[in-house]
Design a protein around this ligand. Structure first.
Ligand code: SF4
Length: 160
């Protein structure tokens, strides 16, 4: 773990303000207003605004399950994603991919600032080809752009 990450982790976490599933930790950086319904876009937009607001830090519980944004999605079932017969398994696999890639623990609460910096440090745009394999938004390119911009903001150079 880098010195930058250690410093943020040291601040510790208490409480819970938002529950986000693993793969949404990446989606928030490339979100450009596209989504599954006007209600979902509205909810995602408000979450994204909070995440991108550097003046506002808060607690996020990272899960591999329906989260606060799924609550506004037309595909949300009682306990699973019901977009199609394979969708729940697929989104869960992306959740686990992100949680594993970032070295997080499912069900743990972290500071937003820590999660954003960790994402900038650990995720490169092309990692999404594997982490997000099969996601319908990946071919648009906006998610890789978002990660690239995030890394620039935190001054991480692309590894070549
Ligand atoms: S490709 Fe899909 S899962 Fe990955 S960041 Fe984009 S929208 Fe999220």
């Amino acid at each position: 773990m880098s010195e930058k990450t250690d410093i943020i982790l040291y601040k510790g976490v208490i409480g819970l303000d938002l529950m986000l599933r693993g793969h949404h930790l990446l989606c928030v950086h490339g979100f450009r207003g596209m989504g599954y319904s006007p209600e979902f876009v509205k909810k995602m937009s408000s979450v994204v605004e909070e995440i991108r607001d550097d003046s506002n830090d808060f607690q996020i519980k990272v899960v591999a399950a329906l989260d606060d944004t799924c609550g506004a999605c037309p595909h949300k079932g009682k306990t699973t994603c019901e977009a199609n017969e394979d969708s729940n398994e697929h989104v869960l696999s992306m959740d686990h991919n992100v949680i594993q890639h970032l070295g997080l623990s499912e069900g743990t609460v972290y500071k937003k600032s820590f999660l954003v910096q960790l994402t900038a440090e650990k995720v490169e745009p092309n990692d999404l080809d594997l982490i997000c394999k099969g996601c319908s938004w990946l071919p648009y390119g906006v998610c890789k752009e978002g990660i690239s911009e995030l890394r620039e903001k935190y001054d991480y150079q692309e590894l070549r």
